[in-house]
Write a protein that binds this ligand. Sequence first.
Ligand code: NAD
Length: 423
Amino acid sequence: MDRDHERIHRDERGLRSVGMTELQAIYAELGLAKEDLDILSTPRRSLTVSFPVKLTSGKTQMFQGFRVQYNDARGPAKGGIRFHSEMDEPHARELAFLMALKCAVVNIPFGGSKGGVAVDPSRLSVAELELITRGYIRAIADYIGPFKDIPAPDVYTDERTMAWILDEYERITRQHVPAIVTGKPPELGGIPARRYSTALGGIHVLERALKERGMSPQGTRVVIQGFGNVGENMAIQLHQRGYRIVAVSDVRGGLADPEGLDIVALTRYHQDTKSLQGFPGGREITNAELLTIDCDVLVPAALSNQLDESNARDVKAGIILELANAPTTAQADEIFFERGVMVIPDILANAGGVVVSYFEWSQNLSNDPWPEAKVLQKLKDLMTTAFHDVLVLCKGSSCRLRKAAYQLGVKRILDAERLRGNL
Ligand code: NAD
């Protein structure tokens, strides 16, 4: 490995990026040229912006925002906006790379991007969050657009944030541009199924994986880390299909019950209190304990780098469905492979969100809303086809779904680059 690639291989916290590690591995196996690797390991554009916001205290504070447009050979860049105190440019870059691969794996005409603001939303009022969102959009407005780069929700942003983005962008451009952002409220051109599409897309691939392992959904024991848009909807959808949810958690900790948590009562409690703590059912556990509880399927649906060298050997699940982006470090990934744990990688497992975002964008451009049944059927078709396309590349005892998904995504991006004459 040459020095440049060693540098991009590790982030500023010294963690090996699973994305770049995988890219390096398939570089040799696929016989890629140095030019191919260069094009895939370099983002096309990376913005760091600073903008002032007058908080409700009357004091002005500077905030830092990021937007990385990793690759747009297959279509406009597409990726979420995250509000988190640890958001920074290297993390946005890693997540933007995953978005580019993800859109290629499910074969939708988008490139990849990611962005956000370094901020702890739990310390701010709704009015302040709105001001920060609007300030961030003003700072990046020249670089986004329905045919350039289309934002969407991610950690600690939601439909309401997307509505502010839409409004701010339309104020700047002085025209209606619903396709500028996806994950909007349905009243503003969003698709209701977008709310649970990441979870549902994950279930479509999980059910194919269970079949491969001769298992059925009924009674399959699932643990879910993260109880936000993705994790809570996953719990609801799985429960409705007969799975047994034996533990869930949010940032403050979790709950476990080997007999299965009462998900209907728990989601009602969570919607009323915005918390899992104090729910009368299940034993209180820490997030660390949650990851190693006895179960069949572990679903990380919170932040990156949750499964690492320190806990990978203690994970009991036989299948890991990565609904979070980059929840597994490169070292943990190796341990799971050695132990025969099937890891369904983020760029396949959580693509249901961007697939329905693509439907939303298409509908906004054509002004022709689809019936819900068509949205759900097309989601299933695209996810099932993507799983099949990955599986075709993944045969024999050395099968690793992550490697096969990367091979597929990389090939599709490089094909587009070649046809454009860039390679
Ligand atoms: P969210 O903000 O709605 O929810 C995040 C959840 O994670 C919350 O329950 C929070 O309490 C919990 N959490 C935060 N820090 C934690 C920690 N240290 N330990 C345990 N739990 C913690 O975010 P989301 O939209 O549900 O996104 C979750 C993950 O899924 C992210 O990795 C995101 O990139 C990925 N993802 C989201 C979508 C989408 O459509 N929203 C699509 C694809 C992938």
